[in-house]
Design a protein around this ligand. Structure first.
Ligand code: PFF
Length: 455
């Protein structure tokens, strides 16, 4: 008999849990610097378009796989395509990708931790706004502090996974997500009121089509997948916890819209500050750590208490958003080790800590002592991000839609999508979504995949 699996209680719980994994460093840290590196508003436009037209159908496809198979990401493929060795081999990807991402995600988490400590020790009040962005260069190129912060951040997240306080962390994200939204709105409002900020808003929303290249498209789609935690087995796993009477389309759309909104708000919080501070928008992964402290240093001149409280709260929320996401990334490998090798949970977490910790050390050092070590112009950190987000995620997303479009029976997919025909509105949309899943998404992903290599 099948063991009873845990499940989410309500639509809100589903959206919160999925949005908790989706909303993270991808929105606050990665989205703004990707916009800056890939042409501003053109990137934003494509990102919005890609999220609705490609990512949402892929999201739906992953939820369908999860809910139909009622099992973890690896077993889902094995169970639904029995006796097919190809899918058995493929099913290792959803374990591998989150582990690679966790390694460098934790390095950025470590940076937020350091900036949280800086806020607590009133460093932003003592720093001249003009020098704020310079703090970052010194910090990140040093050897030891970023390393210690990376390991500390990873250890904190791993500890939560070891205790398995799923209920605790879920309740916590339910509380912290609204706080995060309020904070990002407040920071965006302040940021937009700074002199010279209008340039940043225009940069985000006024497209200059001469900036468009096929790579813009590829990176915008990669960012959209990354931000929605697609192609990593997470949504398949969460999909398996979605109740049978839950509306898959409504939950998926709710998650995608919250994630999109949060990314745009983060853009509005960061880009105006970037322009007001005179920072180059294409400055790369350090962008938020250079621009946000500028706001706090400047605010500190007029209202030191408000500025300190806001800085502490901001970096605290970044830490928590990153932690809830990192936890889900570590959990994938941990669950796999426990189930596959019958390892004790704590031991599995230690293995994950060692693997991700060690790989992260190289990512961290690639901003300092190892910055000269480059392959095709990319540092170790860039390679990790690029391989996971622009290669492996795309492969996995492609396979997921092919699986739903060509391996699963159309009637079974319709059954999941319409809750056995009880959702008439979904039934009306089914053929369109199915077409997007079966034909549009795989072709688009393939095109983008090859763009990464050819152009
Ligand atoms: N979607 C997350 C973000 O935007 O930060 C990144 C991520 C978290 C991906 C958790 C996958 C995951 F399981």
């Amino acid at each position: 008999m099948e063991k009873k699996r845990e499940g989410f209680g309500s639509r809100t719980a589903v959206i919160f849990a999925m949005a908790g994994s989706a909303i993270g460093l991808g929105n606050i840290w990665r989205f703004p610097y990707m916009v800056g590196e890939h042409g501003g508003a053109v990137f934003v436009l494509i990102y919005i378009f890609a999220t609705i037209l490609f990512s949402l159908p892929i999201f739906v496809a992953e939820v369908v796989i999860g809910r139909r198979s009622h099992s973890n990401a690896r077993d889902a493929f094995v169970r639904m395509a029995p006796g097919k060795p190809f899918w058995k081999i493929v099913s290792i990807l959803p374990i591998l990708i989150p582990t690679i991402i966790a390694s460098y995600y934790s390095v950025i988490g470590g940076w937020s931790l350091e900036y949280f400590f800086k806020a607590c020790s009133l460093e932003f009040l003592r720093t001249d706004p003009g020098m704020a962005s310079g703090l970052f260069g010194g910090f990140v190129s040093s050897t030891w502090v970023p390393l210690v912060m990376h390991l500390l951040f990873l250890a904190m997240s791993a500890a939560v996974v070891a205790f398995g306080v799923k209920a605790g962390i879920e309740k916590f994200s339910k509380f912290i997500l609204p706080v995060l939204f309020v904070l990002i709105v407040l920071i965006a409002l302040y940021s937009m009121s700074l002199p010279g900020a209008g340039e940043g808003v225009r940069y985000l929303f006024k497209p200059d089509f001469s900036e468009f290249t096929p790579r813009t498209f590829a990176f915008a789609l990669g960012q959209s997948f990354y931000s929605l935690s697609l192609g990593m087995g997470i949504i398949i796993t969460y999909g398996s916890y979605v109740r049978k009477d839950e509306n898959i389309l409504a939950s998926s759309a709710g998650t995608a819209v919250s994630d999109l909104l949060f990314a745009l708000l983060a853009g509005l919080a960061i880009m105006p500050a970037v322009f007001a501070a005179g920072i180059e928008p294409g400055a790369g992964p350090g962008l938020i750590f250079q621009s946000i402290p500028y706001i706090f240093c400047k605010m500190g001149l007029d209202a030191p208490h408000v500025s300190t409280a806001a800085a502490i709260l901001f970096f605290f929320t970044v830490i928590v958003a990153a932690m809830t996401s990192l936890i889900s990334l570590i959990e994938v490998g941990t669950a796999f080790l426990v189930e596959k090798f019958r390892m004790r949970r704590v031991r599995a977490v230690v293995v994950m800590f060692l693997v991700c910790g060690l790989a992260g050390v190289f990512c961290s050092l690639s901003f300092g002592p190892l910055s000269g070590l480059k392959v095709a112009g990319m540092t170790i950190f860039d390679i990790f991000d690029w391989v996971a987000s622009n290669i492996l995620l795309l492969i996995m997303a492609f396979l997921s839609v092919v699986f739903v479009g060509f391996v699963m029976k159309k009637d079974d997919v319709r059954d999941e999508f319409t809750n056995s025909g009880t959702k008439p509105r979904n039934a009306k949309l089914f053929n369109f979504i199915y077409f997007l899943i079966k034909w549009v998404a795989p072709i688009a992903v393939l095109l983008i995949f090859f763009t990464n290599f050819i152009l």
